[in-house]
Design a protein around this ligand. Structure first.
Ligand code: FES
Length: 330
């Protein structure tokens, strides 16, 4: 199959209008000169560009106005712009006025090859296989099969190379039984009375060395405290017992892909993840009511110590963060 290109001879088409330079030698000569001038201006631009590297900066007339560095940059930029613009203009003018001006028609054929071509192809492939001797040479056949099979493993290795697997990193946080909840920032212990109804606060587990917390730990330990009226909860008895005087605590890491769930709508009592709009209902233990997250935000079981400071009663009962590598969704 091939495309045939022929000069138009179709009488149904309007007559081709020839350019002046096609039949007037004077016009052709003029066009030639115009193209040469455009290329000449381009050359001057290149000369300006090169000169800007070597001539002293204070020669530029703009130096008093814009400073030597800017004037130098201007020389370089202007030189390059003139060089490229006029070489392009020259080429276009050349093509439009002097290069062959011929309308052509291209005939397109069906994409399917002729039957005879297809048969020839099959015969050629068979001949090739026969000539290679792969049918008779079983050692080559097997080793080639092994090589191709092994090469298919490369993509798996490349995928593995995307980064370390998360391992147990997100299965363990710094929250332990009895860990105090502290403000972030500030590292102050919190009493229930510090939080008004409707308020939300980010807290971290108390640390012996708060100045040197690892970023990684802060990211996975962050917890959101939200205070509602106790009667607003719609929780089973166990989850209700994990709250304290209307205060409920959730991991701040989205269970979809790990963004920080940072938006709280006080009216609806919804937590929103800004990344892909997963929405969690605080009154129902952060149940997912919209978006791609596959499971609720893990809830932290909280209580208070003898002095009324909020503490974790247990660690998180499930891993925090994304659940795409095989967490139990609920
Ligand atoms: S990371 Fe939160 S919705 Fe995707």
């Amino acid at each position: 199959m091939s495309n045939e290109i022929e000069a138009i001879k179709d009488p149904g088409l309007p007559a081709h209008i020839h350019r002046k330079a096609d039949h007037d030698p004077v016009a052709a000569k003029r066009a030639e000169r115009q193209v040469a001038i455009l290329f000449g201006i381009s050359s001057l631009g290149t000369v300006l560009l090169i000169a800007s590297f070597f001539i002293p900066e204070d020669i530029f007339i703009f130096v008093p106005v814009m400073g030597s560095q800017n004037a130098h940059q201007l020389g370089l930029g202007l030189g390059m712009a003139i060089s490229l613009f006029f070489i392009g203009m020259g080429a276009i003018h050349w093509a439009k006025t002097l290069m062959p001006d011929q309308e052509v028609i291209a005939y397109r054929h069906e994409l399917r090859s002729e039957d005879v071509d297809r048969k020839e192809f099959v015969v050629a492939v068979k001949d090739g296989v026969e000539a290679s001797g792969i049918g008779r040479r079983s050692v080559i056949k097997r080793s080639l099969g092994a090589a191709l099979g092994l090469s298919a493993l490369s993509p798996i290795l490349l995928l593995r190379d995307l980064g370390p697997l998360p391992g147990n990193d997100l299965k363990e946080t710094s929250w332990k039984a009895g860990t105090y909840l502290v403000t972030d920032p500030g590292d102050r212990r919190i009493r229930a009375s510090d939080l008004e109804v409707g308020a939300v606060a980010q807290v971290l587990p108390e640390s012996d060395d708060p100045e040197h917390r690892k970023l990684n730990d802060i990211a996975k330990d962050a917890v959101l405290l939200i205070r509602l009226r106790p009667e607003e909860f719609n929780l089973d008895a166990e989850r209700l017992s994990w709250t304290h005087e209307g205060i409920i605590a959730f991991s701040k890491i989205c269970s979809h892909m790990g963004c920080a769930v940072a938006l709280y709508e006080q009216q609806t009592k919804h937590l929103l993840c800004p990344c892909h709009q997963s929405t969690f209902d605080v009154t129902r233990a952060a149940k997912v009511i919209f978006g791609p997250a596959a499971r609720p935000l893990p809830q932290l079981n909280i209580s208070v110590d003898g002095e009324g400071f909020l503490i974790a009663r247990t660690p998180f009962s499930e891993p925090v963060g994304p659940s795409f590598w095989g967490r139990i969704s609920s």
